[in-house]
Design a protein around this ligand. Sequence first.
Ligand code: ADP
Length: 402
Amino acid sequence: MKIFVLNCGSSSIKYQLVENDSKKVLAKGVLERIGMAGSFLKHYSVYDYAVELKKPAHNHTEGIQLILKALVDNKIGVIKNLSEISAFGHRVVHGGEAFREAIIITKNVIDDIKKCIPMAPLHNPANLAGIEACMGLMPNVPHIAVFDTAFHQTMPAKAYLYGLPYELYIKYGLRKYGFHGISHQYVADMAAKYLGRNLSDLRLVTCHLGNGASVAAVKGGESIDTSMGFTPLEGLVMGTRCGEVDPAIIPFIMDREDMTGKQVYQYLNNKAGVLGISGLSSDFRDLEKAAECGDERAQLAMDIFSYRVKKYIGAYAVAMGGVDAVIFTAGLGENSPVIRKNICSGLEFLGAHLDTEKNNLRGEIREIGSYGDAVKLLVIPTNEEMVIAEETARLCANVVTL
Ligand code: ADP
């Protein structure tokens, strides 16, 4: 069964065509600069064929038309006819409380996703633009929405409610939702398989450390807490996002820097985090190089980042009454031995000892802790597209058997 997986941003579309039975990626790529001058498509096929096409895409519909055309192209295509695509899997960032799991998209579902726009004003409109464009172009195949928030809907009220007047939750849905759920769920599943244990018996701390970063406490396969909140701004210090700060800082900055609330929100999203601390870069590769050359603020940014991840690991170990494994994933979690070392130093009292040699090895799913440790340290490459493809296939199977 061939499934087309999409992740639509406001000006970009990332995609994969997945053969779900064999778990093979037939083609993948990204279309960038939608609605701007110089839009281009980078398309990679299973035959190792990579092309960059410079073509105008004024909106998501034109963008998706370009991508679908590339899929069936004589030279760079991987299928003969679009009818070979059995279903579309759409990543949707915010599903609010309406969606606890993936769902087949209907008009009502679209309306409910629209209701979540105030909570994800940057992401949900772009996700919807992609859904509506694809449904317009391919109306006769099932379209499935897979949500970043859904996995965290199992959090108990004591974890998701803020110390705010309760009526704000009732009126506006002001609560913690959590994000990166697709990734946290995937690596938790993979950890159980790797350890040869039942997920239902495990207490896992999953650390998704990319440009955006979050930690989750996964107990018995369910998310019971996570570091991101009402929006993806809360929690860890990230590439450009501040993570948790004293809310009193916001009116203080508005006053002293003569900014509106909206401007401070953008400032905390785009100019803060390790970029703001280091004054150098949001990319940890740059920070690591600079720190090696003695740049103290680059080192400080990395230390602040790692310290906060470590605090969450400790907090979640307590929240779960213990921990069986700590999992590192995403760009930084998978690729930076330096950051993993910073985070893991101090976890020895829990029963987790980093093996420096194993930590420096590259590869697929692997253990980086010492042999025989009570608490396992694992690196697990995430694969959100594969989860979306699997969820899509699962729901399509239900359609057929109904
Ligand atoms: P996102 O999907 O949130 O944009 P990724 O998961 O792709 O982010 O992670 C990107 C980040 O991972 C980069 O900004 C960089 O900080 C970090 N990263 C990627 N590769 C390395 C590496 N080899 N060493 C250190 N950091 C890395």
